[in-house]
Design a protein around this ligand. Structure first.
Ligand SMILES: NC(=O)c1ccc[n+]([C@@H]2O[C@H](COP(=O)([O-])OP(=O)(O)OC[C@H]3O[C@@H](n4cnc5c(N)ncnc54)[C@H](OP(=O)(O)O)[C@@H]3O)[C@@H](O)[C@H]2O)c1
Length: 425
């Protein structure tokens, strides 16, 4: 089917959920219907109609927002949706539970796709089952286009592109520091976290995906020099500050390694990357790193025990559908810093990059990251040699997404650490 026969540029699939609503609100605020045709997708017609009416009420220039109905468990409905749009932008999670039939439908229809998953076990399954079919269908299946893993993945791409251009060689190691952040969390995100722990407890393949740092690399290329995520508080030698393990490292580091592999190893086969949380220097930094490591360890231990996990889901976590409001999503902030170290013929160098925004990282910022990924796919605004496959933000879209995020208020800077010779805003 030709692209001109399709009714929509983007279907926001899961538009009634916390993240989906924000993506729909963002796209209809940023674009006009003459620039981008958007449809709201989901399973509940009356809630979709209410959302459409609310957005039409508030958005100048929009007098129609079509609703498309389906169910994540009904493959025929997903095939119809995928055939009638250029891009499906999905926030229906947990993806381990609901995601696979939609990926299949998009490949079947040759439709591009982007999502917000941080479920590394599920991404591994998609890589193994569908990468070759997606390549053959020229369907770009781009995973992890939110706070997991855009800042880490595109931040690393920024560092490496700068290193290659300025120094002629890539950095052999990039460290990603979550420096600061403030924002909320939704029931859907916690349900997806619980799903990951459930899979780790019951599925040996999921455990393997979480154990092997290279589990998202192409089959046959799943080993390398990186030993896996940091598990303890550490004094970071690059910055002389304390760090704690990052809960997003399991996904972010593997996505970055997959980007390197899909792009043909432009950063080298010996490339290392790691992600940590910065807690500062001195005794305060050490105490912060110890407390954070302990807290994250306790959370992981509790989530690893089935009855405790179920009790937390039932009595403590917000329910799916609950989470930050549009107003709350517009407040908050995050700042991710990346340091890359490399060796050029004239000596060692360090590249310093930051990615950040004054928005809730998992919601306001994530809505822009996912929404702009969809727009890049619709408009072919990509810098990638790959026309199809199970891809990552850096390998499937690349630097055009950085430019778009800068245009909507994100900070994305890169330069030599020593000279402060920076590119970007
Ligand atoms: N990477 C990141 O930074 C990031 C940030 C935020 C969220 N996320 C991820 O995004 C996902 C969504 O999070 P959320 O907080 O938006 O969740 P949510 O509020 O629970 O929304 C889930 C959406 O899925 C829909 N849905 C559920 N079952 C369905 C089915 N069988 N058929 C069709 N639609 C179905 C729901 O529809 P109804 O309204 O009809 O129930 C709702 O629209 C989660 O996996 C979360 O981890 C990632």
């Amino acid at each position: 089917m030709s692209d001109t026969d399709r009714s929509h540029d983007v279907v926001v699939w899961g538009a009634t959920g916390v993240a989906g609503r924000l993506v729909a609100a963002y796209l209809t605020d940023r674009y006009r219907p003459t620039d981008l045709s958007v449809a709201l997708g989901g399973r509940n017609e009356s809630r979709l109609d209410t959302l459409a009416a609310d957005l039409l009420d508030r958005r100048e220039g929009w007098d129609d927002l079509p609703v498309v109905l389906g169910d994540a468990t009904d493959p025929a409905s997903l095939r119809d949706i995928a055939r009638d749009t250029r891009v499906v932008c999905t926030t229906v999670g947990p993806y381990t539970r609901y995601g696979t039939p939609l990926v299949e439908a998009c490949i079947d229809a040759g439709t591009d796709y982007c999502d917000l998953t941080g479920e590394v076990n599920w991404v591994r399954e998609m890589v193994d089952r569908y990468h070759d079919a997606a390549v053959a269908a020229d369907a770009r299946i781009v995973h992890s286009c939110g706070f997991d893993s855009v800042p880490a993945d595109l931040g690393t791409l920024l560092v490496q592109s700068f290193a290659l251009e300025r120094h002629g060689v890539p950095c052999d190691a990039v460290r990603i520091y979550l420096e600061s952040g403030s924002g909320g969390i939704s029931g859907g995100t916690l349900a997806s976290t619980a799903e990951l722990f459930e899979a780790a407890a019951t599925d040996p393949l999921a455990r393997q995906a979480l154990r092997n740092p290279y589990s998202l690399a192409p089959p046959g290329e799943r080993s390398g020099v990186d030993e896996g995520m940091h598990q303890r508080p550490r004094r970071d030698l690059l910055r002389g500050e304390w760090t704690a393990p990052s809960p997003m490292a399991a996904t972010d580091e593997r996505i970055v390694r997959r980007s390197n592999a899909l792009l043909g190893y432009p950063w080298g086969r010996e490339f290392r990357c790691s992600e940590v949380i910065s807690t500062g220097s001195g005794l305060k930094g050490a105490a912060g790193a110890t407390l954070l490591t302990g807290g994250l360890g306790l959370f992981a231990a509790a989530m690893s025990v089935g009855p405790v996990r179920n009790a937390l889901r039932r009595y403590v976590f917000p329910a799916p559908g609950e989470g930050p409001t549009e107003e709350e999503a517009e407040s908050g902030n995050f700042r991710v810093r990346l340091l890359g170290r490399g060796t050029a013929p004239d000596g060692r160098f360090t590249v310093d990059a930051t990615v950040g925004a004054d928005l809730d990282p998992g919601y306001g910022a994530t809505a822009r990251m996912l929404g702009e990924t969809a727009v890049c796919l619709v408009r072919e605004d990509v810098d990638s040699p790959l026309d199809g496959g199970v891809l990552t933000p850096a390998s499937g879209i690349g630097l055009p997404l950085v430019e778009r995020l800068r245009d909507v208020g994100f900070t994305a800077t890169v330069g030599d650490a020593a000279t402060g010779n920076a590119d970007g805003a």
